[in-house]
Design a protein around this ligand. Sequence first.
Ligand code: DGT
Ligand code: CA
Ligand code: CA
Ligand code: ZN
Length: 582
Amino acid sequence: MPSTNSTLAGIFQQMADVNQIVDGNRFKTNAYQKAARVMKELTRDVSAVPPAELTSIEGVGKGLAEKIAEFVESGKIQEHQDMLEDLPAGLLDLLHIPGLGPKGVAQLWKEAGVESIADLEKGIADGSLAELKGMGKKKLENLSKGIAFLAKQGGRAHLGRALPLALHVIDWLKSECDVTLIDYAGSLRRGKETIGDIDILVGAEKKVHHCLMDAFIGMDMVDEVLGHGETKSSVRTSDDTGAIQIDLRVVEPKHYGAALMYFTGSKEHNVKLRERALSMGYTLNEYALADKNDKSRHIATETEEAIYKVLELAWIPPELREDRGEIALSEKDGLPKLVELEDIRADLHTHTTASDGVWSIEENARAMADRGYHTVAITDHSKSQYQANGLDNDRLVKHIEQVRAVAAKLKGTITVLAGSEVDILPDGSLDYPDELLAELDVVVASPHAALSQEPKKATARLLRAIENPYVTIMGHPTGRLVLKREGLSPDIDALVRAAAERGVAMEINANHWRLDLRDTHARAALAAGCKLAINTDAHGAGDLGQLPYGVLTARRAGATAADVVNCLSAAGLRKWIASTRA
Ligand code: DGT
Ligand code: CA
Ligand code: CA
Ligand code: ZN
């Protein structure tokens, strides 16, 4: 069952879309869009907030509060229903076609009666749309490609797919055309959990542009060239998880900083920066920060640092560029020093062949030692995870002995802790009795089943687990799978408050399917003073590469190394774990 928060986010987004198509005013569209974002990022269950307190939620004004209350009470928003009433059912699907915005949809609908993607395909095929103003051959061709793309792709790609792909393309372009000034930009550089398309930017002299574009569209993986120009090309590539678009832009080296800043986004961050530039007497676009009165006078173009500096700001890490207060922090030099991959010194959630892993305790521990870690916790599944060969009480006792034996053998190489990923049962009790949990060094408590519980039940369930005196870390608290399963929608604010109080850490499970806590939840955890854990949940050596996704998510939350228990020294970690038992 989708949560009230996500249902409301969907409704407000739809209201914004409809408003744009029927040419409603921009102010209103923005308000709906903002409402959608507030609902999406809210870390407490809005249906549990008393109506009188709704306006105390950041971003919720009186009008929005009324609509939320209306929905919670009646299950719908009348204004939304009214908006949809005059609208053909398939019209909003058209908005998902790349290259077609609300204006285009409105034109197709009003001037040619196009009410769905099927209508559009027909109108392109029979030539009837070619008579519309602005619908040249090229434009219609692009729409055809967009429809095909949509059919194949069906949405966004995982960070865990987009990042390796982008790195591969960058390596290829570097080797083919000998360029050095090259980065991925867009949502990927900001470390978002899903990526609409991959944006790659190169700074190179004009004479190299041709090489870059040819090398790019000539890559083996390319299924289709969507566009091929002198400074911009787009291609599409697919695998069994769907299609993904890659955009390549090339600028001259002297404009690289301005372009990188622009194409990194987010759009909202860019808008704020542009306003700031204007108020200081400058203009800012993808070419330059320039003098407002003489735009040919470029003040800063070459590096992001230089541009931020003229704007009297410290350089802002891409993961924070989401218009969540980062500009104000930068202005007073108060940006956090974000946690880095190299700061991670321990993994506290890993599996072995004892449950559903593919490596032994010793193989696991040696691989962790090779990464330079001082500590690893072996946390196999508990008995309710029978499909994952979870350990029953007797097997756990023997397993602990085996872990202790490996620990003794590897003493001086790495500290190996005996742990468990113990299931949080639907009522919040744990899968082992306390006497058994007491034998373990580390207890990661995670929900795996009953993941469509309603928010109130889920909150009570997870709170009960946090209160268990043997729990060290709450593992992937919602159980969501990115792009696949919504999972639980507990009151995150209540959970992180309880975790902070108890001294329990909340996990960011680094696996790109999970990323749970997600960025906004991790942000709420930090605000509550809660410690974070970033763990790979590795089932084998192949999973160790998931760690960067967890670190990116923590960075998006504004986490420093001091916020993350995996960054503690060996002694510090031992002390912290002991403190969770006190
Ligand atoms: P995505 O691809 O949907 O995951 O998200 P982004 O952020 O990568 O968005 P994309 O690929 O459409 O554009 C890349 C960046 O270019 C975006 O983050 C900011 C910048 N940008 C694109 N369009 C606009 C715009 O209309 N206004 C402003 N200010 N910036 C834009
Ligand atoms: Ca993008
Ligand atoms: Ca793009
Ligand atoms: Zn696990």
